[in-house]
Design a binder for this molecule. Sequence first.
Ligand code: CO
Length: 131
Amino acid sequence: MRIDHVAIAVNDLDEAARTYKEALGADSVEFETVESEGVRVGIIRMENGRIELMQPVGDSSPIKKFLETRGQGLHHVALETSDIEGEVGRMRDAGVRFLGDVRPGSEGTMVTFVHPKSLCGVLAELCSHPK
Ligand code: CO
């Protein structure tokens, strides 16, 4: 597996995108809405991965609850694998707990999430890019 992206929950995506673009000297921020996760994301491409700024869309987004209880900050780390179903099976056998089944994520990826209790308090996304 490799680190694919780091996701940060933000209150105001446009403002956060400006802040990050300026601070990191990024060329551009790409915006996308991921209906399945109830978020609008701003993607900053780094040399070896991406930073995703996420703002909730609608009241049922889990990110909205995260922001209300914990405020802005690191939300999850995403790990990329070419065989997500195989990796989920291997990890389940190792006792790792998941939050939901493998499902469509941003940019045509397939994703699922590892319960933070299984990784010392860190929410991790597993993802596979389209071949
Ligand atoms: Co993610």
